[in-house]
Design a protein around this ligand. Structure first.
Ligand SMILES: Nc1nc2c(c(=O)[nH]1)N[C@H]1C(S)=C(S)[C@@H](COP(=O)(O)O)O[C@H]1N2
Ligand SMILES: [Mo]
Length: 311
């Protein structure tokens, strides 16, 4: 593999528009319609104003938002179906209230968060590209809050190196979990510094509305510089751990899906190229960008690591 010169893959206009968008624009606090609740007014958010533009209909690269209908009808959520169009109808009655997220492991203050507790975190809009490992992508206006805010509350100990996430296991409701090909529940993981990064969020809504079951209601992870499978849906458990967690996909096909899974156009999946992608709602293909276009924000996390070794 030829080493990548960042100036080759990130055109200058991108830096310019990023600077223009990021400069002087504060994070928009959105009204807390999220998590199915209706309490709360807009509260100012203290977090970094990345990718948040009041009233915008595009991301910081001037890519238009994917239509709400497309985001809610073309889904990967294997707990319901392997058929993207079947997920929405099959998950219609999925019960997401009451709900709890149990946060523990190597922390000083383990805590089980219910929906009211989660509503206490100030919600902000974050427009992120999402790039699936299958080579399609969307631009999604999420509502949510930095995962770091939740982790700070439980106080990870000095032994904590990784974060492990788990989706609900309930084959009664999630018919896809009766499929024994997979080792349920869905598990994902991040290194602690990745988890604490400001671009890593827990999402509770899309387009100003609560998440629907098909997009991971009531709460899911979003890690925009990694392939979409890292962004685990409908989370019930978060553990701080010392060792690298084994994700469902690592267990399923270790030669195809790795732990880091950073978007990288120069490292093909064993069965297909990752150099370009289909943006949902567009014809033709776009070039895939290193770290999904978030290189400037996240490259430092991987200094000294071989980026060609994405898994
Ligand atoms: N629990 C769970 N989380 C999941 C998945 C899944 O099957 N189960 N699919 C992943 C994949 S492959 C992608 S691309 C994204 C899709 O998110 P979306 O349907 O909201 O676009 O969710 C990810 N999170
Ligand atoms: Mo995916």
């Amino acid at each position: 593999m030829v080493p990548i010169d960042s100036s080759e893959i990130t055109p200058e206009y991108l830096y310019l528009s990023r600077r223009r968008f990021l400069k002087g624009i504060g994070a928009l606090a959105t009204s807390a319609l999220v998590l199915g609740g209706c309490r709360g007014e807009a509260t100012p958010s203290p977090t970094t104003p990345v990718d948040t533009v009041p009233g915008t209909d595009e991301d910081e690269m001037e890519d238009p938002l994917t239509l709400e209908d497309a985001i809610n009808s073309y889904n990967n959520f294997y707990e319901f179906s392997l058929d993207k169009a079947a997920v929405a109808p099959l998950s219609e009655d999925f019960k997401t209230d009451p709900w709890t997220v149990e946060v523990g492991g190597l922390v000083n203050k383990p805590k089980t968060f219910d929906l009211d507790d989660l509503r206490e975190f100030s919600q902000e809009e974050r427009i992120f590209r999402m790039r699936c490992v299958e080579a399609w992508s969307m631009v999604i206006p999420w509502l949510g809050f930095p995962l770091a805010a939740l982790l700070q509350e439980v106080e990870p100990t000095s032994d904590a190196q990784y974060v492990r996430f788990e989706t609900l296991y309930d084959p009664e409701q999630m018919s896809g979990q009766r499929n024994r090909v997979f080792n349920w529940p869905y598990v994902e993981g991040l290194r602690l510094d990745e988890a604490m990064h400001d671009l890593t969020i827990l999402a509770t809504g899309i387009y100003g509305k609560p998440l629907l079951p098909q997009t991971g209601a009531p709460i899911r992870l979003v890690v925009p510089w990694k392939y979409g499978f890292k962004s685990i849906k409908s989370i019930v458990k978060i553990d701080l751990v010392a060792e690298m967690p084994v994700s469902l996909w690592m267990a399923q096909a270790p030669n195809e899906y790795g732990f880091y899974a950073n978007v990288n156009p120069d490292v093909p999946h064993p069965r297909w190229s990752q150099s370009s992608e289909r943006r949902i709602g567009e014809s033709g293909r776009r070039k895939t960008l290193l770290f999904n276009g978030y290189e400037e924000e996240v490259a430092y996390l991987y200094e000294g690591m071989d980026l060609t070794e994405w898994f």
